[in-house]
Design a protein around this ligand. Structure first.
Ligand code: G6P
Ligand code: MN
Length: 442
């Protein structure tokens, strides 16, 4: 394979998902070859925690690639071709607040949905806007591949602030992870499945699963299977209990609405009460992930640093997030037209939803970015849900950009996990207090 080599910048490289993303870059080094890899984070401490492991992996597998770790954003984007963005404003400490504060009010505590997602969205927007401005100073032609959460809110905000920037792509790995899980159940290769999908990010449905070699839609078969089998992620053995419970809720949602296959994140909107009841406000997903993935990765990195070698250490590979990021970049870089579930400005793709909504749907990734497949109309039930959720997203973005308290209350009241304006106000006031460093409303 003789492909042009790329310069990639990872923003938020202090994330413990980065070592596995590096493993995916190594894994795909023939398909997506690198010239230079720039790892940028605003925290030097977080860079240093993982730096040696990453350096050793790159030296062993890709010695020809120039490597730069930096906490200076004026060095991060010089000449870059692809920016993989996965920053988390406020780190795990703020994720924990996003999850725990709503639970104190009897509301869903989740990093991307409900009041927690709102607070996180409010934190993400400003640094994301500043990042895009900075990238455009140094790399006007670079592709910005955004995975920063809550991606739904971030995507609406970036589209509002940079409506003419054609090289920003927002994408989420949950549909990818679900397709990988479908493929395992159906015993087919995941790359032979071409989905059709509609909705908003973390708020959508699979409508078809074409098996490309045969042309058959495998969704009916999968739905049959799921009527009497638990839905498990492909890597169930490695998943924490909360994720297994999340996948099971797909079965429960389908018992009511068997038409399509819902994204797991819809559980928070349909089963808010049950989820609140079953949550432990002292130990949420942030704690679980910290004890699990965070610890595992940081221990490996620590060992690499102390022994200054990879002896006895695994090559971490991102089975979902990492691989997808590289496959997305590959499809754009070499115009492969592979099909992914992506976020795009609606503009009639879903013909009876607002044109300015950022919808999530299937599309080809080409050298010009996402070319979404037109979907047509959605039925009344879905239209109602989607319009409500989009109004929430839009008001959240406006509340943030204008610093408008009233719009924040409106947004939260629209959110299906809240509904009651008294609750919206109470949780907003508490969230505002701990987020003072990040956002303010008047
Ligand atoms: C999925 C979602 C991401 C989210 C992640 C959280 O991959 O698509 O948007 O960030 O799950 O995973 P975690 O293991 O950190 O709870
Ligand atoms: Mn996501």
């Amino acid at each position: 394979m003789n492909r042009e080599k790329q310069i990639v910048t990872i923003v938020g490289c202090g994330s413990t998902r980065t070592p596995a993303l590096i493993g995916s870059l190594v894994n795909y080094k023939e398909r997506f070859p690198l010239k230079k890899l720039i790892l940028f984070d605003i925290s030097k401490e977080r860079i240093d925690a993982q730096k040696d492991y990453i350096r050793l992996v790159m030296e062993e597998h890709c010695p020809e690639v120039e490597l730069l770790f930096t906490d200076d954003e004026d060095k991060a984007y010089v000449g870059t071709d692809y920016v993989f963005c996965q920053m988390r404003a406020g780190n795990f400490e703020m994720r924990s607040h996003d999850e725990k504060i709503p639970l104190k009010h009897g509301l869903v505590g989740q990093e991307t949905c409900g009041p927690g997602g709102f607070a996180y969205g409010m934190r993400s927007i400003t640094p994301m806007v500043n990042m895009v401005k900075k990238i455009r100073e140094y790399a006007p032609e670079a592709w910005i591949l955004n995975y920063t959460n809550p991606a739904a809110i971030v995507a609406v905000a970036l589209d509002k602030v940079f409506p003419d920037d054609k090289k920003i792509l927002n994408i989420c790995d949950q549909p990818y992870s679900m397709i990988k899980s479908f493929a395992k159940i159906l015993d087919v290769d995941m790359y032979d499945i071409e989905p059709r999908y509609f909705g908003l990010n973390h708020f959508g449905w699979f409508t078809k699963l074409y098996h490309t070699p045969s042309g058959e839609d495998l969704l009916p078969k999968l739905k049959d299977y799921l009527t009497n089998h638990e839905f498990k992620p492909f890597n169930a053995e490695q998943r924490d209990p909360s994720w297994l419970e999340t996948y099971k809720n797909v079965n429960r949602m389908m018992a009511h609405f068997p038409e399509y296959l819902p994204n797991t994140y819809l559980q928070y909107y349909f089963f808010s009460d049950e989820i609140v009841r079953e949550s432990n406000p002292e130990f949420t997903r942030a704690d679980e992930a910290k004890k699990g993935r965070e610890k595992q990765v940081l221990d490996i990195c620590k060992q690499a640093r102390e022994q200054n070698s990879l002896d006895g250490l695994p090559l971490l590979i991102g089975q979902v997030h990492g691989n997808m990021m590289v496959e997305v970049a590959e499809s754009i870089a070499y115009d492969l037209k592979k099909v992914f579930v992506v976020m795009v400005r609606n503009e009639g793709i879903i013909s009876n939803l607002p044109k300015d909504a950022i919808v999530e749907c299937a599309g080809e990734l080409t050298k010009n970015g996402a070319e979404a497949y037109p979907y047509g109309e959605v039925d009344t039930f879905y239209k109602g849900l989607l319009e409500n959720q989009y109004a929430y997203e839009k008001l959240t973005v406006e509340a943030c950009l204008e610093g408008n308290y009233q719009k924040a209350i409106q947004a939260l009241t629209l959110n299906r996990t809240i509904i009651n304006p008294n609750k919206a106000k109470a949780v907003l006031d508490d969230l505002m207090e701990v987020n003072g460093e990040y956002w303010k409303l008047k």
